[in-house]
Structure formats: structure tokens, C-alpha cells
Design a protein around this ligand. Structure first.
Ligand SMILES: [Zn+2]
Length: 354
């Protein structure tokens, strides 16, 4: 009696595809570094600018701190938390939204502090740059920032905002803005591979990591004087979005905003429970459960990540066959991301099959 399981259940990992990971495609990742023993935070400097996140959303829920400033001057890369959520030469912090469907609805970019708009640009198209040619094209144009602006906060402090949606810039040069004022909307202009706003902070012309503050210290695990007005967590791993699809997913389509169905037809060729996350590390274990409307476990699957990925997608599914059809009712997916035996992310999703 041959096993038919392999035909009934499909398990797909697309985390190893070239995954977008910043203002440009991911590059080889430097070797892992020891996590910080302690995040030393000193009192803020009274003369420094105090910032709010430049995006109108709830971080960790509907938007995410995806990439940080690269604190390694060598061709290697490291974020302030000694993680790998950055890339070589990244000068700012990337606040991402889940996909282009959310971008179309409109997510405001906010002034991080009071100031004056020094200069701005609008009119660049919104497009994910996924090929080397597309990246080269935008680099040659010198418009990597896309639509955006520079705001002067006085005393040597500036913030720059990048990748805003075409036509969304809501300020003019010379305009005074207050902290929290709308500057425009999150978009995909310039050198970017996913919808986000990038903010670069400068003090006297030098890039400052807002999670660390102005310092001559390089690398990670240094004493920090963050510029954030309210403490902002270091969250190098998380889930952008999760759901069900009637087909095998791709990262591109996830960023497009596909697979948002709240119900599926019982005639679909397969039901696929997927997760799109960021900051998975080599050795992390993903545990998927897929349950049918009767509560039967259809798939119980664990996979160990073979490589670290700044963003990845994975999932499990079941084909629709005449012997074992996809039953109508509420299907359920459960997911856990486990690191060194501890759950670092988990979620549950349900969908109606009619
Ligand atoms: Zn960036």
C-alpha cells in the first residue's frame, strides 16, 4: 500500500528565494554575531532632537521596524542590537507596511519632530525594484530616495524621509511643520523593494542611528542614548502578514497584497496556510498546523531554517482531491516560530470554505 500523503499534502518553503530585504535586494549576510549581553541605555542628551516614529500606525501590529542603520563600517553589516536586520551601508531606519494593498489605502508619513522643510521631491513612480537592471536604473538617476523631503530641526539636526507615494507629498519647501504633521504617504518610489518609509537622521551632517544617538562608537552593544521620545523596542523578528490562499504563494504576490480572501470556495485546487515574516535566523524552527472544519489535523509540520533571511515566507497546504476533498466550514492554521526552544512569534488564522 503506497503512501498517498505526499500527494495529498504539499509543503512549500520559499524562504530561500531571493527575498527583498531593504532599499535594495539582500546581499550575502555576514557571519552571526553574539547577541548583546545587555542593552545599556543612558539618559538622553537635553540638546538633542526628540523623535517620534515617522509613520501613522501601530508598530508591531500594522507596521514594522524592518531594517535598522548599518553600524559596521566594513563591508559587513550589523544593526545596533547585534542582529542582521540591516544591509551594508544602510543609513536609516525602514518602517514597513504589510503590502501594497495597505499602501493604496494610504498610510501617512509624519514629521518626526518640529522643523522646516528644506527641500523635497515628488513625481517619481511607485514600483518595487526587483531586478539588477531596475536597481541600476534608479541608482544612475540619483533618485534613490524617490519622493521625499529633508526637514531641518535646528541645532544641526535633520531628518530625511524617502520612498513616499507618488503625488502624496503634502508640504512645500520652506514650510514649518510640527511633530506629527503629515508629510505625505508611505510608497514605493526610488530604490525600494517593499512599501516602507525610510528615515535618515543627521547631526552636523553625520548619520545618526536614532536607536543609539550621536556617538563615535561603532558596532553593536554600545551605550545608547536613543533619540526616540518614547522607548522603541528592538524587534528584529516578526510576522508581517498571514492568511490562506488557494494557490502556491510567492513573495512578490505577498508584497502586492494578494491572498487577502476572507472566504474560499470548496472548488479550489488546494488550501494553503501561509506566513510572511521578517528576521528569521538559521536554525529557527517553524511549526505549522492545519486543521479542517472537524478539527482534524490535516498537516502538522516542522521545518528548520537553513539560512537567515531578512524576510521570508513559508506555509503548508492540502490538495483538493476526489478521495479527500476540501471540506466546507472553518479551516484553521496555527503557527509558531521557535528559537533555541523558545517561541519568538506565534499566531492563529481561520478562513471559511464555502
Ligand atoms: Zn532604508
Amino acid at each position: 500500500m503506497m503512501s498517498s500523503r505526499s500527494r495529498l499534502y504539499i509543503l512549500i518553503s520559499i524562504g530561500s528565494l531571493l527575498v527583498t530585504s531593504g532599499c535594495r535586494p539582500s546581499e550575502p549576510i555576514s557571519t552571526a554575531t553574539e547577541p548583546p549581553q545587555e542593552m545599556r541605555v543612558a539618559a538622553p542628551d537635553a540638546n538633542w532632537v526628540r523623535l517620534i516614529p515617522p509613520i501613522d500606525c501601530t508598530l508591531g501590529e500594522d507596521c514594522f521596524t524592518l531594517l535598522y542603520v548599518d553600524r559596521d563600517p566594513s563591508p559587513n553589516e550589523i544593526d545596533f542590537g547585534c542582529g542582521r536586520q540591516t544591509y551594508d551601508g544602510h543609513k536609516g531606519t525602514d518602517f514597513a507596511i504589510p503590502d501594497e494593498a495597505v499602501m493604496e489605502q494610504g498610510v501617512n508619513v509624519l514629521a518626526a519632530a518640529d522643523g522646516t522643510v528644506l527641500r523635497l521631491r515628488d513625481g517619481e513612480i511607485d514600483r518595487r525594484r526587483t531586478t539588477a537592471e531596475e536597481i541600476a536604473e534608479v541608482e544612475e538617476s540619483g533618485k534613490e530616495c524617490g519622493n521625499g523631503m529633508v526637514v531641518d530641526h535646528g541645532n544641526g539636526w535633520e531628518t530625511q524621509y524617502c520612498h513616499l507615494k507618488q503625488g502624496s507629498v503634502a508640504v512645500v519647501e520652506g514650510q514649518s511643520v510640527r511633530q506629527g504633521d503629515v508629510l505625505g504617504e508611505v510608497g514605493l518610489s526610488g530604490k525600494t523593494t517593499f512599501p516602507h518609509v525610510h528615515i535618515t537622521v543627521r547631526y552636523q551632517g553625520e548619520v545618526v542611528d536614532p536607536f543609539v544617538g550621536a556617538t563615535s562608537a561603532l558596532g553593536c552593544n554600545v551605550t545608547r542614548r536613543p533619540l526616540w521620545q518614547e522607548p522603541l523596542d528592538y524587534e528584529p523578528t516578526g510576522i508581517l502578514r498571514s492568511g490562506f490562499a488557494a494557490e502556491q504563494i510567492t513573495i512578490d504576490r505577498l508584497w502586492d497584497g494578494a491572498y487577502r480572501d476572507s472566504a474560499l470556495s470548496r472548488d479550489i485546487p488546494l488550501i494553503f496556510f501561509w506566513v510572511h515574516g521578517y528576521g528569521i535566523l538559521e536554525g529557527d524552527v517553524e511549526h505549522f498546523l492545519l486543521l479542517d472544519p472537524r478539527g482534524n489535523v490535516i498537516t502538522d509540520y516542522e521545518q528548520t531554517a537553513e539560512a537567515s533571511q531578512k524576510n521570508w515566507a513559508n506555509g503548508v497546504g492540502k490538495r483538493n482531491t476526489s478521495e479527500r476533498p476540501i471540506l466546507p466550514g472553518t479551516w484553521r492554521g496555527e503557527y509558531k516560530l521557535i528559537r533555541n526552544g523558545e517561541v519568538v512569534a506565534e499566531l492563529e488564522r481561520e478562513i471559511e470554505v464555502r
